[in-house]
Ligand binder design. Structure first.
Ligand code: NAD
Length: 259
């Protein structure tokens, strides 16, 4: 049912985004990759997706902290693939520091990338989806869209914001065959989590090993979520059986926010 559809996955050169792109490609979806990284490694991933899954895979290095580049990414994909049927807003960064020391530029960056980029990309993609009467928008939120943790003021604010954006877009598009949902993962083992371990250790005055135990203490299952599990949920949300799911904040967090 998804075969031949066209997707944009932001922040898909790594972690959860790359897993989304691969899982959609496995369903026959043409994918637009986006994000930063080593050009040779990105090209290997892009061409590997094409040869492994027999779909078209294109790449844009758009910097999504800039609104015009978010809209430009959607236009690029529409130009190259013919449409954007599936939009996954996923690019995101983290910064861990107490509020009184939290750098202003980190606040601006995180709000721009983790929240405003989704607004700009959705705004650009919705007219085509409405015209075709079909669309799937998925925002990677977080357990931090539902609950807070200390020292993550910008991230928690952006993720709570994306929860509101998700619900609003769901209401505006509900009669057009479009769904808009957020996926709210707990801790998933990716470079984003790995990178915050030294800063969390410093902010909390504990060792890096204690940070890992501390992170998993939030998750009753005591296991990191895997990128493949998150991607499988996204594929389900894109399918026909999920057409009545819209405006949902779908947790995949090992029971974290149930506590
Ligand atoms: P990651 O660091 O592996 O990937 C982030 C991606 O965003 C990379 O492809 C990177 O190149 C891209 N990116 C960074 N800055 C960009 C910019 N300015 N423009 C375009 N792309 C940019 O991280 P991840 O853990 O896979 O995180 C992906 C999403 O999942 C984020 O929104 C994150 O908040 C969310 N999330 C992650 C976890 C987790 O535990 N890993 C939990 C909940 C939510």
């Amino acid at each position: 049912m998804l075969k031949g559809k066209n997707a944009v996955v932001t922040g898909s050169t790594s972690g959860i985004g790359l897993a989304y792109a691969r899982a959609l490609a496995a369903e026959g979806v043409n994918v637009t990759l986006n994000g930063f990284g080593d050009p040779a490694a990105i090209e290997k991933e892009r061409s590997g997706i094409e040869s492994e899954f027999g779909v078209k895979a294109i790449y844009s290095g758009a910097d999504l902290t800039k609104g015009s580049e978010c809209a430009g990414l959607v236009k690029f994909a529409e130009g190259e693939l013919g449409s954007v049927d599936i939009l996954i807003n996923n690019a995101g960064v983290q910064h861990v520091e107490p509020i009184e020391d939290f750098p202003d530029d980190k606040w601006d960056l995180i709000i721009a990338l983790n929240l405003s980029a989704a607004f700009h990309a959705i705004k650009a993609a919705v007219p085509g989806m409405k015209a075709r009467k079909w669309g799937r928008i998925i925002n990677t939120a977080s357990a931090h869209a539902l609950v807070a943790s200390p020292f993550k003021s910008a991230y928690v604010s952006a993720k709570h914001g994306i929860a509101g954006l998700t619900k609003t877009v769901a209401l505006e598009t509900a009669t057009f065959g479009i769904t808009c949902n957020a996926i709210c993962p707990g801790y998933v083992w990716t470079p984003l989590v790995e990178k915050q371990i030294p800063d969390t250790a410093k902010a909390r005055g504990i060792t890096e090993q204690q940070v890992k135990e501390f992170l998993l203490a939030e998750q009753p299952t005591k296991e990191f979520v895997t990128v493949e599990q998150v991607a499988a949920l996204a594929v389900f949300l894109c399918g026909d059986n999920a057409k009545s799911i819209t405006g949902a904040l779908q947790q995949i967090d090992g029971g974290w926010v149930a506590e």
